[in-house]
Design a protein around this ligand. Structure first.
Ligand code: PGA
Length: 259
């Protein structure tokens, strides 16, 4: 699987069942064909039950990958209601979100859980996007760097050097998710620089150019500025990825950005 920057990811959360997924892609793929350049990768994260419909609609088209929003850390067994990394891969996922703030805050996921999930995802041969980010309280009390560092350090010791290129980080300040408040491009650049230095500190070679994504109220009218910020190598888009035309216009910005 080749992922080239910028990486534009659409996290549909609990939206778009199989029929809506098919309808979305019927509309979205021709739009994307018009705007996507030779580089840049689009990843869609439908609900896991919609993965087969998405895989069928995408067919052999290149430049669009599928991902799974969450996995359990065991591969199989008596875990009613869960989806594992190997099963998601079987359904067409190439990449998995881990540690999204909604998982952390609504479903009580801890750093220990994200560590187990990252291990399961990499062991299944998938790539991972690890989401990190501070709450408003944590930012206002000057803890943003420490929180992001703790979330990263919970996972990085698990990673072998030969796996680093399958681990992407998304910086998603919790106060910007679904709120309409976006980090300024300066705030994003500052935190992305910090994340880059932590990654390079641990894996000097392979992590120096891996795209670091920004997420949190990304819309067509702020996407270009965020993508142009230093060290922002992609976007993780929630609400604005649900509409084919809106998401295609964000993907178009990804295709022209110089990075
Ligand atoms: P949002 O969500 O774009 O709706 O803020 C982003 C995310 O949760 O990944």
């Amino acid at each position: 699987m080749t992922i080239s920057a910028p990486l534009i990811a659409g996290n549909w959360k609990l939206n778009h069942g199989p029929a809506e997924t098919t309808a979305f892609l019927r509309d979205f793929l021709p739009r994307l064909a018009q705007v996507q350049a030779e580089r840049g990768t689009v990843v869609l994260f439908p609900p896991s039950i919609s993965l087969p419909a998405a895989r069928e609609a995408i067919g052999a088209r290149e430049g669009v990958l599928l991902g799974v929003q969450n996995v359990y850390w065991e591969s199989s067994g008596a875990f009613t209601g869960e989806v594992s990394a190997p099963i998601a891969r079987d359904a067409g996922a190439k990449i998995a979100l881990v540690g999204h703030s909604e998982r952390r805050h609504l479903f009580d996921e801890t750093d220990a859980h994200t560590r187990l999930k990252i291990r399961a995802v990499l062991d299944a041969g998938l790539s991972a996007i690890l989401c990190v980010g501070e709450t408003l309280d944590q930012r206002e009390s000057g803890e943003a760097h420490a929180v992001v560092e703790r979330q990263l350090e919970a996972v990085l010791p698990e990673i072998r050097e030969d796996e680093v290129r399958r681990l992407y980080i998304a910086y998603e300040p919790v106060w910007a998710i679904g709120t309409g408040r976006t980090a300024s491009s300066g705030d994003a650049a500052e935190m992305h620089g910090h994340i880059r230095s932590l990654l390079v500190g641990r894996f000097p070679g392979p992590s120096s150019d891996l795209p670091i994504l920004y997420g949190g109220s990304v819309k067509p009218d702020n996407a270009a500025e965020l993508l142009a910020a230093s060290e922002v190598g992609g976007l993780l888009v929630g609400g604005a990825s649900l509409d084919p035309s809106t998401f295609a216009s964000i993907c178009a910005l990804g295709a022209v950005v110089d990075g």
